[in-house]
Write a new protein. Structure first.
Lengths: 407, 121
């Protein structure tokens, strides 16, 4: 059995196994530790000894045994007696006791992304409990020491324990709000893969793919939820550009300069299909609008042939639905492309007083781009340099300096 | 977002931290460190030894030359740092304001450059 096959299978099974334990025994934190131990044992044994006939049952049995050992060690008398009566042979629970795998995974996602947890803890716990990643893997992806990541996970589990949250699906009335935080967590994981994380290229792509895998899983569970579909489409359409967005020397390549032959057409087709379906069948939302914007870019043969007017309307709608100064800033770029740099600069002048944009390098970068389009090379170069000084990303700094130098 | 919190000392603060008032100040630091560890915000940090033990390297005629002692006769010198991973710059600033050196010498909050691939433009 190849180690990579085993790993993929284990990560698919991780949330199901955890859900079975959490439902049977409560004590989410202890169950989660036990499942991690079982996953680790499997990742050592299966590649050498072959996959067991019932991998899920095997994992449940091993995790249950760990959990019971732990309970005994804790001398939790009542729990120990309950637990000792449980089967230890890996038998699946009787069907009546078993909600669908889908409900289980959804319950788990809602729990890990509970609004009472801090965002970094939500992210860490989701990747471990739902994604089946180890603490070390998550720490590497986010460039923090393993101890720091372990604390975030523990803190999340302590909060869950302290609040007495139960492993049950929240009432449907709470779903929209709870789904918001699930979407936010998945979006942040994807964004981290793209913007912040360093390390080998491979590692970044893996984190992005993990975000896509989890979002796809969520989409399969609730295919009629427009924002879930929109988020998946947004990720696929963004990820489709991965080969084109960084040059061979690691330099950042902006959207307008990318070699569109390098875009992943299959991913674009899948993303476009998803977003078209969502827009025609579900209430509109911010992720759908962002995906729609990405789809307009994806379908254009070049920056010049892009339907910029449609992008302006989509951003205008997005700003109304989810006010965010970065959306307004992006709208000004589309205005400059649709109606010329003077219109873009006028639009920019109207929003740059927003104090949430104060000191943000993107304001100067956008201004520089418009001044360059207007042919004002000197002021464009100054604005590129101002943006370069303000960014906290080395890749962006190099890109902005190179734009200034080219003028 | 990761920030480095730069901790500055002056001639008095080092003595202060090792003197009779040092115990209470040390406890303040321990409380804050425990909070940052528990929250998963603490990424790292170190305290530096006495600046008298500094060796400085400066160019002379384009070549590095080593001298004993800090670079310049400054009233404040760099005494140590923390690296925190915070949701907002306000939170990083709050942590720095609660570090005792903020009452005696100075603290600085500096965003850390990321070496990732950057935002698509």
């Amino acid at each position: 059995v190849r180690a990579s096959n085993v790993e993929g299978r284990l990560r698919d099974l991780a949330p199901q196994v955890l859900a079975v334990l959490a439902r049977r025994y409560g004590q989410f934190d202890a169950c989660e530790d036990a499942v991690q131990d079982a996953l680790l044992a499997a990742s050592r044994q299966w590649p050498q000894q072959g996959m067991p006939e019932h991998p899920r049952g095997w994992l449940i049995a091993v995790a249950t045994r760990r959990l019971i050992d732990e309970m005994r060690a804790d001398r939790a008398r009542r729990v120990r007696e309950d637990a000792a009566a449980e089967p230890e042979d890996g038998r699946e629970p009787p069907p009546g006791e078993q909600p669908s795998e889908g409900d289980d995974t959804l319950t788990l996602l809602f729990l890990c992304c509970h609004p009472a947890l801090r965002t970094p803890s939500q992210i860490a716990l989701t990747l471990r409990a739902v994604g089946g990643l180890t603490t070390a893997e998550i720490a590497r992806a986010f460039l923090v020491p393993e101890a720091t990541m372990a604390r975030r996970i523990n803190r999340a589990k302590e909060s869950i324990k302290a609040s007495g949250m139960r492993f049950t699906l929240p009432p449907e009335a709470e779903w929209p709000e709870r789904l918001n935080s699930v979407h936010h967590v998945l979006y942040l994981v994807f964004n981290e893969a793209y913007v912040a994380s360093a390390g080998p290229e491979l590692q970044r792509i893996e984190l992005a793919e993990e975000a896509i895998r989890l979002t796809r899983m969520l989409h399969r569970l609730i295919p009629d939820d427009g924002e879930t579909t929109g988020l998946l489409a947004l990720m696929l359409l963004t990820h489709a550009r991965r080969a084109a967005r960084v040059g061979p020397d690691g330099a950042l390549i902006p959207l307008w300069a990318q070699d569109r032959d390098l875009w992943d057409r299959a991913a674009i087709a899948a993303g476009v299909r998803l977003i078209e379906h969502a827009l025609s069948s579900a209430p509109i939302g911010p992720y759908q609008l962002q995906a729609a914007i990405a789809a307009v870019h994806a379908e254009a043969a070049s920056a010049e042939e892009t339907d910029w007017r449609q992008i302006v309307s989509l951003y205008t709608l997005l700003e109304r639905l989810a006010p965010n100064p970065i959306y307004s800033l992006n709208r000004t770029v589309a205005v400059a492309m649709a109606d010329g740099p003077a219109a873009g600069l006028a639009d920019l002048a109207a929003i740059e007083g927003d104090e949430r944009l104060a000191g943000h390098h993107r304001v100067d970068a956008v201004r520089a781009h418009m001044l360059e389009l207007a042919g004002d090379r000197e002021r464009a170069a100054d604005a590129y340099r101002a943006a370069a000084r303000l960014t906290t990303s080395l890749a962006e700094r190099r890109y902005l300096e190179s734009r200034a130098a080219a003028l | 977002m990761k920030y480095m919190l730069l901790i500055y000392d002056n001639a008095d603060t080092r003595e202060l931290f090792f003197g009779p008032e040092g115990k209470a100040l040390g406890e303040e630091i321990e409380t804050l460190m425990a909070e940052l560890t528990a929250s998963g915000e603490l990424v790292g940090g170190e305290a530096l030894a006495n600046p008298a033990q500094t060796r400085s390297i400066r160019p002379r005629d384009g070549a590095p030359v080593v001298t004993d002692g800090p670079l310049a006769e400054a009233k404040e010198h760099f005494g140590g740092y923390l690296i925190v991973d915070c949701d907002t710059p306000e939170r990083a600033t709050e942590i720095a304001s609660r570090w005792p050196n903020a009452r005696f010498a100075a603290m600085e909050v500096r965003p850390i450059m990321s070496v990732g691939s950057g935002q698509e433009m």
